[in-house]
Ligand binder design. Sequence first.
Ligand code: FAD
Length: 271
Amino acid sequence: MYDYDLVVIGSGPGGQKAAIAAAKLDRRVAVVERPEMLGGVCVNTGTIPSKTLREAILYLTGVDQREIYGQSYRVKDDITVADLTARTRHVVSRESDVVRSQLARNRVTILQGTGYFVGPHSIEIDDGGRTRKVTADKVVIATGTRPARPASVEFDERTIIDSDGIVNLEAMACEAAVVATATGGIPEVVDDGVTGLLVPYDPVEQGASGEVGPADPAQFARDIAERVNILVADPARAAAMGRAGRRRVIERFNWEGAARRTIEVYESVTR
Ligand SMILES: Cc1cc2nc3c(=O)[nH]c(=O)nc-3n(C[C@H](O)[C@H](O)[C@H](O)COP(=O)(O)OP(=O)(O)OC[C@H]3O[C@@H](n4cnc5c(N)ncnc54)[C@H](O)[C@@H]3O)c2cc1C
């Protein structure tokens, strides 16, 4: 006899739905999730925080309320990154509570920690050194994704961050020359040769895993290193690029501009 009929590893949208569907069929269900991650990437580092940041900018600049209160209306004059993260953390914690109570209402047990298979039906759960073992007839692996981190880049969570880091950002780097991959919307933000240096990127699917990466990883790493070295060897050029980058951000990517562009996008999709 197993401890549970079903154990789900991961409490993102996929794991939650699997657990609740099984519980509604009267199965004994548990979800394994890491501390501070209930609700998955969706609630904690992806969908909800990214959209909350966007909505916080709209709210704090007051741009979307000016038709009612007049053109000079704004909620806060000096919007800081701390204002945005405080609001984001508040929403994330509320949404995580919603997931917790939804699982509880459906009698799904939450087992906190990182789960590892130790047998076909056995999972060990490590909660910061304290371990426990549970058994289950069936296991759903709903462990989602994580941001790609090439080995050639040292992420320090201050000046070099990924989409997880941006949620906990404490300070925006100012007047920094940027070396960035020429992909997605990045060439729109980094003006090649003016505010930084772009690295050519030719993505291909890599192996059976389906992960996408540079066609020639060794060449890609050399291209990054070459551009970083150009800036390190010429501090005056790097400083001029940093200043140009800051001017460009103030002119084109200020909070007010971001809020206006967001409203334009909303209007274009609801028209
Ligand atoms: C910045 C960003 C913005 C996004 N915006 C949108 C959007 O606007 N709209 C949209 O539809 N999608 C968006 N997404 C994508 C969306 O977040 C994902 O598609 C969705 O969260 C995937 O759900 P999931 O259940 O597969 O896994 P996840 O939400 O990734 O959850 C997996 C969970 O498994 C846990 N886990 C992993 N390994 C273990 C283990 N060994 N033991 C215990 N727990 C483990 C992780 O901690 C995590 O909580 C965005 C993603 C990001 C990063």
